[in-house]
Design a binder for this molecule. Structure first.
Ligand code: F6R
Length: 614
């Protein structure tokens, strides 16, 4: 989704702004722009990839301050007029904005009532902020250079106070060549300052490599960043003394490191994610460092997309190991349901920690008085800061839009909760944990072996051929492989644009079977116990209708051989961990298919990495 970057106090401002925009490309965008803050504001904008903006900024004069934006269209089509930065009529203010101004109509009328001649250049809600600030400044003095900094700050506060909705904002004023005004509410914004250069960004990845520590603004914080320092105020206007925090991530995390795509890099990072996520938390006799507010009677899990799928697998694990019932909701549907009973616990799963729907579900849970737990990757994110306790999955930055390594971390986070509650309720015993621990320690090596197995690579290539020229595919699973079927289908559709659906095998005869025809590719993901045999039956059902069946299972499964056109076998591990191995095969299969179709796997069309609007 939209990204903001700002620089003050550096002689290479244009270069830095473009660098920041490139770092945010992964989030998804359809237009971009920059504004340099010199005696006059200099603005350049372009629709499409950053390569369309770059030629427009090559000959810009030196400047030591500027703001930049990547836009993902919400209010108005992706056009140059709607691209940020937006300026006031007299070009004295430029603004970049992430979020949604909900009282847009009232503000538009308010501005018009004062100035009937006022023309809006764009269809965006963001443009209004530039007009509002310009209007406030003019009330003080028509010559900006005669306005004091305190007056600028109070004008900015007056503007912010008028805004309803969500925003991360950065604004520059012509003639104030070292200053950027900022504000945040329900949208992320961070600052950094080394005494000479100030940076402001909506995304940590922009500042990785440029700064070692950052200020994480709180909801409602606002202020000014200049070449010499930062002034931060809270919603009441009181000065805030924020302590800089060390950046969680390093430069290598945000770079390809020799891989052709971030998606491939992140798939290959999964053995490391397992090691890091379980480090210090899992031992032979105890789950450590996993804080759960109380032993709940009911768990509610919320998440979106891949995080929801991880939540589904977590649900199976929690119910199986602790016997505590779990209700799983798409985060955006949670608020429509009835409140849970007493002693419920709400668990939000989110890689970015900024997904607006998940954030809103957490807020709703807190309003209803329930304790909340977050399974998050970005530990400085809004969700991480809003929940009562977090389990950080330690996956490192996930740059590819399609979530891969985060799924593995999210499932492990769910498993830790399941085992902890299982131990507390005496359903998961010390010997169970010790047995699990043995396998979990070997899992990264098994994953590495699988990722480098030539035979598996050949099988994946063969499987890929079944999708050639196809527009529809199915993924089937049962029990703990059902979430993998959903996730496999999600991955395939989002990066290859092949229509794919994940089904529980038992659902097949209740409708979807009608769609199976000669050559339909169907990926069947093995499950554990008695459900496996039923799944083999499902494979037969589709096979006898002409489908091409690809069975993903483990090396000890001999039954699958006679039930599929192609069987991909992966190393055997603990039943609770086996789905993670299968999921990696699905990720690789989707990636290969998408690349063969010429798709950009890191940046699929229409999608954004972090969905910060509801
Ligand atoms: C799919 C994908 C999305 C995200 C979803 C939630 O590959 O990446 O479905 O999983 O948008 O995002 P987070 O986990 O950041 O809340």
């Amino acid at each position: 989704m939209c990204g903001i970057f700002g620089v003050t106090g550096d002689k290479d401002t244009t270069e830095l702004l473009i660098h920041g925009l490139k770092r945010m490309e992964y989030r998804g965008y359809d237009s971009s722009g920059i504004c340099l803050n010199n005696e006059e504001l200099i603005r350049k904008r372009a629709v499409g990839p950053l390569s369309n903006l770059e030629p427009l900024v090559v000959d810009l004069p030196d400047s030591k301050c500027g703001i930049a934006h990547t836009r993902w269209a919400t209010h108005g089509a992706p056009t140059v007029e709607n691209a940020h930065p937006h300026v006031s009529s007299e070009l004295d203010v430029a603004v970049v904005h992430n979020g949604i101004i909900e009282n847009e109509v009232e503000l538009r009328n308010f501005l018009k009532s004062d100035d009937k001649e006022l023309e809006f250049e764009s269809e965006t809600d963001s443009e209004l902020v530039a007009h509002l600030l310009s209007k406030e400044l003019k009330k003080i003095n028509s010559k900006i250079k005669n306005i004091t900094e305190d007056q600028i700050l109070s004008s900015w506060k007056n503007v912010i106070d008028k805004l309803e909705g969500s925003y991360a904002l950065a604004a520059v004023i012509s003639g104030r060549e070292d200053s950027i005004l900022f504000a945040r509410k329900f949208a992320p914004l961070i600052l950094s300052h080394d005494g000479k250069r100030g940076l402001l960004a909506s995304d940590v990845s922009c500042v990785v490599g440029l700064s070692e520590s950052v200020f994480y603004l709180e909801e409602g914080d606002w202020g000014i960043i200049k070449d010499l320092g930062v002034k931060i105020f809270n919603i009441d206007g009181d000065t805030v003394e924020l302590k800089p925090k060390k950046l969680e991530w390093e430069l290598g995390d945000a770079e390809l490191g020799g891989y052709p795509t971030f998606m491939l890099k992140e798939i290959y990072e999964q053995p490391r994610v397992v090691r890091d996520c379980l480090r210090g938390r899992l031992s032979r006799d105890k789950i450590k460092g996993v804080k759960i507010p109380y032993h709940p009677r009911l768990l509610r899990i919320v998440g979106c997309g891949t995080a929801y799928n991880a939540g589904l697998l977590a649900r199976y694990y929690i119910e199986q190991l602790s016997k505590i019932p779990v209700i799983l909701d798409h985060a955006h549907e949670f608020r429509y349901g009835a409140p849970s009973g007493p002693k419920s616990l709400v668990v939000g799963i989110s890689q970015s920690g900024e997904t607006a729907d998940t954030l809103a579900a957490i807020d709703a849970a807190q309003e209803r008085g329930y304790p909340t737990l977050g399974i998050v990757n970005v530990e400085s994110s809004t969700i991480a800061r809003n929940v009562d306790h977090i389990i950080g999955i330690r996956a490192g930055p996930e740059i590819g839009v399609a979530s891969t390594k985060a799924f593995t971390g999210q499932v492990l986070g769910g498993l830790l909760i399941a085992m902890k509650l299982g131990q507390d309720s005496k359903n998961f015993h010390r010997e169970d944990l010790s047995y699990f621990d043995r396998h979990a320690r070997m899992l990264p090596t098994s994953m590495e072996r699988m990722l480098n197995d030539q035979n598996i690579k050949t099988k994946l290539w063969e499987a890929q051929q079944y999708f050639s020229g196809k527009n529809h595919a199915f993924f089937l699973g049962r029990n703990t492989s059902y979430p993998i079927a959903l996730e496999g289908a999600l991955k395939l559709k989002e990066i290859s644009y092949i229509h794919a659906e994940g089904y529980a095998g038992g659902e097949l005869k209740h409708g979807p079977l009608a769609l199976v025809e000669e050559g339909t590719p169907i990926v069947v993901i093995a499950s554990e116990g008695s459900s496996h045999k039923k799944l083999l039956g499902n494979a037969r059902e589709v096979s006898s209708r002409g489908a091409k069946v690809i069975f993903i299972t483990h090396q000890e499964d001999e039954l699958a051989d006679s039930h599929a056109d192609l069987v991909i076998k992966v190393p055997r591990t603990h039943d609770l961990l086996q789905p993670l191995m299968y999921n990696i095969i699905c990720q690789l299969l989707s990636l290969n298919i998408a690349e063969e179709r010429g798709c950009n796997v890191d940046r699929p069309r229409n999608l954004a990495k972090s969905v910060t609007v509801e």
